[in-house]
Write a protein that binds this ligand. Structure first.
Ligand SMILES: *[C@@H]1O[C@H](CO)[C@@H](O)[C@H](O)[C@H]1NC(C)=O
Ligand SMILES: *[C@@H]1O[C@H](CO)[C@@H](O)[C@H](O)[C@H]1NC(C)=O
Ligand SMILES: *[C@@H]1O[C@H](CO)[C@@H](O)[C@H](O)[C@H]1NC(C)=O
Length: 978
């Protein structure tokens, strides 16, 4: 026999193989985290970049979450209902203390920060607190009074979770766990960590953060190719001008193509985008324009006669959450009207202290009020150009992004700067960033292959380090400028320290007083002292020659300081060579791998070595480490000295805003989970409530239906009616807040009353037909039994007549007599084919067909027939005596069972058994056998061009295989049953 690999087990292993692949190919998310709106895009196998729609099918979600205060006291473990997006915004005027908008503004900032104070002033009903140990912003909620204040990161996490759920709905069953999030270029390390924390709280892995300008640029590049610079092309320079609700950013980008070596001897052209400079204004944006209108509204309102009469003060209005929420909402509406119209008007009923207010504003007035804002816009653009060292005339275009960039005076101002036709209006000013982020996510995920665009993010802030040198002197050195690229090769720094010490890194953040140094990270050596000692001991290095070196870089995904290498080095004497063989080239010096940035010399710091002296801080450009290392390796015999390097262990710690402790992080995650569980419980409760309500209506209909009345007693109906009307009263009264359990119980009570009556109706409607079917089967069985019996009798009669005439045919006799000698009941083994052949000859020559069965064989079937027959007769008699309102005794289920039993028994007798040989050949052909005849293989067709199949394709493939398998199983099963 061929190897016994069941096709099923092969299919199973193929499935496993696929499912691990399917897991790896999970969907990824791009999020454009705005002040006013959050947008998201999804990439999933088979679905190209697509916008994640909100629950109400919008392409963007207001970045707001709200807690709906519950009318009843919340039970422990349950939380108020949450609203997101526009639903949340709509609640602002009713519950201003529990609607949390524009959270992005607050991320990573301490409570005392001027931006936070401005926010608090604009939202007087919100209760801001400092988080314990961290000093960042948290909100005390009235709707969740028992709870500790909600950290701003937790609230943002809720918004992200809502988006994650929407994305999962779009992705199908896939869970969406990886994300690229846009951040403004001015986000410091603290602020970026706040975004990362919000993601972590809801289990989203941040593949990378990306500055919004670069995200827009990336989207711009997806559909374009740029001049190839190593074939004489000139790069293109564009500025992304991004004015959103909260802030304004200008980003200068360089776009170019480059031919690089591909696999084999082929070349390919890739696209490159490099951030040359950023400029920004943290508070200039749509919101600032809205506040201009709000301020004007308040001053006009206070001056209105009605308000004067009621002695309304501006402070009073500003401190009133509900009035402020209404004004802000209206101001935004009017501002949008002013973008297309010369004036706009609105009115408020009972705005404050029951005083009505009508307001009108013209575009001219608005623009006059915004004059100083227009000037700030110019500063942003100039700053970006300054960092990029470009003149505005060198820009190929200005790409507009962000809602507020559509404001007429903003566009006019930009046109004045840049001259005429540089504004690009053909770029999607709303969604370019979120598409760029989604594209980046796909690029970073191992599951997707996308057009090759290499991006180089800018550092945006200068950064440096401080440490105490071997002479106990505090030293400071700048390592990166605001123009540095995150993709740049590591910087190597040499220290004279030979004992364990620490280096603290900081960002230089501009402030009103020049710069503040915000600490970001500390790196502590752990075994420098020991390693230096071992260099002296084992390799005979003199201590003065020993240098400690750190290779430092900024992480491309979030700009954090990273150590690429940490080691001590000295030139050891050649005599000790033997020992050193294992040590030399411990590091891959000279291998610069893939992390080369745009290598046209502008940011190439690969061969820049900074040496720090004991007394002075000087930078020298020296020969690259690679050469010295490789030289010493190549000319092994000649030199007397060789370079020895040993890694040094170190630890890193985050500085700045204290990071959330492990315990607090767990607590935060648990709290969000509990909130979600509570949401789910509420949904389930509401479902049950609806079911109960619906069922009480159904009961009313049933009580009116003729069939139901006929099948039930008046007592039963009275009870049901009473229970249903009780339940219905209760649902609208005491039961409105009842827990799901109680609702379920009520529902069950009602259902239990209805079920038996419903059963009577169903049974009596189906019964007649099924009884007929069973009777039919009984008839057939009986006929068949009779036929066989007749055959047997005939054969017996013939046999006796033949023996009487004293001549016998051995052939016929053997076939007739041998069959009965078989074990009774073992029909499967009857070789009926042979029997038939011999019978045919017998028929022609020797009388009637010999029967296939003996009377003994028929016994089982006959008994079954008899028992079912008498059962049926008895039950029919019983059932006929019962009234319609009684529970039936002759049940559909039983009749069906008996019918099946009978049919199966009959089928068994009737069938032939050629199965075994046939099914075996089938099985064999289902699995191909490998060349050596032992390993079965399955052909798997992957997508065209050898690309990874999409998950749809995989699913399709699996389905097809499963179907084929099923039909094979089906055939073999049938055979088995024969
Ligand atoms: C690839 O590029 C290199 C240098 O840029 C060039 O010498 C070589 O001819 C190119 N190869 C092909 C196949 O075009
Ligand atoms: C210091 O730590 C590094 C990294 O763990 C290790 O490779 C090295 O051998 C250590 N040095 C000594 C002297 O143990
Ligand atoms: C690096 O080395 C190359 C060639 O040795 C030289 O042209 C370049 O100026 C050096 N760059 C720096 C930043 O020292």
């Amino acid at each position: 026999m061929a190897p016994t690999f069941s096709p099923r087990s092969i299919l199973l292993s193929a499935l496993l193989l696929f499912s691990t692949n399917v897991l790896a190919i999970s969907a990824v998310l791009g999020v454009d985290l705005g002040t006013e709106y959050i947008k998201a895009s999804l990439v999933k196998p088979g679905i190209p970049l697509d916008i994640v729609l909100t629950k109400d099918s919008r392409r963007k979600e207001a970045a707001t979450v709200a807690f709906k205060p519950s009318q009843h006291a919340l039970q422990s473990g349950s939380y108020p209902e949450r609203a997101y997006g526009s639903d949340a915004v709509a609640l602002a005027a009713r519950f201003p203390g529990d609607v949390y908008p524009n959270l992005k503004t607050l991320l990573g900032l301490p409570l005392g920060d001027s931006i936070v104070e401005e926010y608090a002033a604009r939202h007087p009903s919100l209760q801001l607190e400092a988080t314990k140990d961290r000093g960042t912003v948290a909100f005390k909620s009235k709707a969740t009074e028992e709870e500790e204040a909600w950290m701003v990161e937790e609230l943002l996490a809720m918004e992200l979770q809502s988006i994650q759920r929407n994305a999962e709905a779009l992705a199908g069953s896939d869970s969406v766990r990886s994300v690229v999030v846009t951040v403004p270029p001015f986000y410091t390390t603290d602020e970026k960590r706040a975004v990362e924390l919000a993601c972590e709280l809801v289990g989203l892995k941040v593949l990378s953060l990306i500055s919004d300008g670069l995200a827009v640029g990336l989207n711009y590049a997806t559909s374009r190719t740029f001049p190839t610079v190593n074939e004489g092309g000139k790069p293109e320079y564009h500025m992304v001008f991004d004015m959103g609700a909260g802030s304004t950013k200008a980003t200068i980008l360089k776009f170019q193509g480059r031919t690089v070596k591909d696999t084999g001897k082929f070349n390919k052209t890739i696209q490159e985008i490099q951030v040359l400079g950023h400029g920004w204004d943290r508070t200039l944006g749509g919101d600032a324009f809205n506040y201009l209108i709000v301020d004007d509204m308040i001053s006009k309102f206070v001056e209105s006669p009605a308000a004067k009469k009621a002695s309304v003060t501006a402070e009073g209005v500003r401190g009133h959450g509900r009035a402020m929420a209404k004004l802000l909402k209206e101001a935004e509406r009017l501002r949008h009207i002013l973008s297309a119209n010369v004036d706009a008007a609105g009115s408020f009923e009972g705005l404050y202290e029951d005083v009505d207010f009508r307001y009108k504003v013209s575009r001219a007035d608005f623009e006059k009020a915004a004059e100083s804002h227009a000037e700030r816009l110019g500063v942003v653009v100039q700053k970006a150009l300054g960092v990029a060292e470009l003149d505005i005339a060198q820009l190929d275009s200005i790409i507009l992004h962000g809602g507020a960039s559509r404001t007429p005076f903003v566009q006019k101002q930009l046109e004045d700067f840049a001259g005429g036709d540089k504004l690009r209006s053909n770029v999607n000013s709303d969604e370019a960033a979120v598409f760029g982020a989604g594209f980046r996510a796909a690029e970073l995920s191992p599951s997707f292959r996308v057009k090759e665009i290499r991006v180089s993010e800018g550092a945006a802030y200068g950064a440096g380090m401080k440490w105490t040198n071997s002479n106990s002197k505090l030293q400071q050195q700048r390592l990166w400028t605001e123009r540095s690229l995150l993709s740049a090769a590591p910087k190597e720094v040499t220290f004279t320290n030979r004992e364990d010490f620490s280096v603290r890194f900081f960002q230089q953040v501009p402030s009103t007083e020049g710069f503040v140094e915000k600490e970001t990270k500390e790196i502590k050596t752990k075994n420098l002292t020991a390693t230096v000692a071992s260099l002296v001991e084992k390799y005979g290095c003199s201590e003065a020659d020993i240098q400690f070196k750190l290779q430092l870089k900024l992480a491309t995904e979030n700009g954090e300081v990273q150590v690429a290498k940490s080691f001590v080095e000295c030139e050891a004497e050649a005599e000790k060579e033997g020992i050193m063989d294992g040590v030399k080239n411990l590091f891959g010096f000279g291998k610069n791998k893939d992390q080369k940035p745009l290598a046209d010399g502008e940011e190439s710091s690969e061969n820049e070595t900074t040496t720090t002296d004991a007394s002075t801080t000087s930078s020298t450009v020296s020969a690259a480490t690679p050469s010295s290392s490789s030289e010493s390796a190549e000319s092994a015999e000649a030199p007397k000295k060789r370079l020895v390097a040993i890694p040094v262990d170190y630890s890193t710690e985050k500085l700045g805003t204290p990071i959330l402790s492990k315990a607090d992080l767990t607590k935060g995650k648990d709290r969000l989970k509990a909130f979600e569980t509570s949401d789910k419980a509420r949904r389930l409760r509401e479902e049950t409530l609806n079911q109960l309500e619906g069922f009480t209506y159904k009961v009313r209909d049933l009580l009116d239906s003729d069939a139901f009345v006929a099948a039930s007693t008046s007592k039963e109906r009275a009870k049901l009616e009473k229970k249903a009307s009780d339940a219905s009263d209760w649902v609208y009264g005491d039961g409105a807040d009842a827990p799901q359990k109680e609702l379920k119980l009520r529902l069950k009570t009602l259902k239990d009353l209805v079920a038996p009556i419903q059963k009577r109706i169903d049974e009596s409607s189906k019964r007649p037909e099924l009884i007929n079917a069973l009777k039919g089967s009984l008839n057939q069985t009986n006929t068949w039994i009779q036929t066989i019996k007749d055959q047997i009798h005939e054969a017996e009669a013939y046999a006796s007549s033949v023996s009487a005439s004293a001549t016998s045919s051995t052939e016929a006799a053997s076939s007739v007599t041998e069959a009965p000698s078989q074990e009774a009941g073992d029909f499967g083994d009857l070789e009926d084919e042979q029997a038939t052949t011999s019978t045919t000859t017998a028929v022609e020559d020797y009388g009637p067909a010999p029967p296939l069965y003996t009377l003994e064989d028929m016994k089982e079937l006959t008994e079954l027939y008899d028992s079912i027959m008498s059962w049926l007769e008895e039950k029919i008699a019983q059932q006929d005596k019962l009234p319609e309102t009684a529970d039936p005794v002759l049940l559909v289920k039983e009749i069906t069972e008996k019918t099946k039993k009978l049919e199966k028994a009959g089928f068994k007798k009737n069938s032939s058994s050629k199965k075994s040989s046939k099914s075996k050949t089938k099985t064999k052909s289902a699995t191909k056998t490998g060349k050596d005849g032992s390993q079965p293989t399955i052909d798997l067709n992957f997508g065209e061009n050898g690309e990874m199949p999409s998950s749809e394709e995989i699913e399709e493939m699996i389905k097809r295989m499963a179907q084929e398998q099923n039909s094979k199983d089906e055939t073999s099963k049938k055979h088995d049953e024969l």
